[in-house]
Design a protein around this ligand. Structure first.
Ligand code: HEC
Length: 141
């Protein structure tokens, strides 16, 4: 059987390779689109540039600093869904994100960064940025 192909790949092997290529392309396009959804119009550079503007863009900040753990739509991933936290006051929300303290006195697990210490977007976080993130979260489905 293999002799007839004289050392070339069998049709089965070729089909396998083509299948892998198609799968690879699909995965590539998928992650590219996911990246675009998170970043808005472009790649990482846009995330950094846009969020340091005078009026903080909650969507960009969230995509750049939170979505990786809480999910693109705050549906939860490594970190929990953020629906519960949205019921907190703006001050409580800031306190949790900045210092890892939930309103009921609970200390958040160490996986959740203390943004007051780590900084946000390469600078000390501002209340305006926290509020922008919170406002953006309320727009999510
Ligand atoms: C490295 C992963 C990671 C990143 C990045 C991250 N978080 Fe978290 N976050 C977590 C985890 C894990 C918890 C759960 C901690 C616990 O309850 O012990 C959490 C908890 C929270 C909570 C409390 C939720 C609740 O109901 O108790 C809020 C609010 C929150 N994160 C907001 C944010 C915001 C806003 C950002 C971006 C500025 C962010 N997180 C970035 C992992 C992360």
């Amino acid at each position: 059987m293999n002799e007839a192909h004289g050392g070339w790949f069998t049709p089965g092997q070729i089909a396998g390779f083509v299948g892998l290529l198609v799968l690879g392309a699909a995965l590539g396009v998928g992650s590219y689109q996911a990246g675009q959804r998170l970043a808005g119009t472009g790649g990482g550079a846009v995330v950094a540039a846009a969020s340091s503007a005078a009026t903080p863009d909650g969507r960009v900040l969230y995509a750049g600093s939170c979505a990786g753990c809480h999910g693109a739509n705050a549906e939860g991933a490594v970190g929990p869904a953020l629906k519960v936290a949205l019921a907190w006051s703006a001050a409580d929300f800031r306190h949790a994100v900045l210092d890892g303290k939930a309103p009921e006195g609970r200390t958040l697990g160490v996986v959740m960064p203390r943004f007051a210490a780590t900084g946000l977007d390469g600078a000390p976080p501002t209340d305006a940025q926290m509020d922008a993130i919170r406002a953006y979260l309320t727009t999510l489905p």
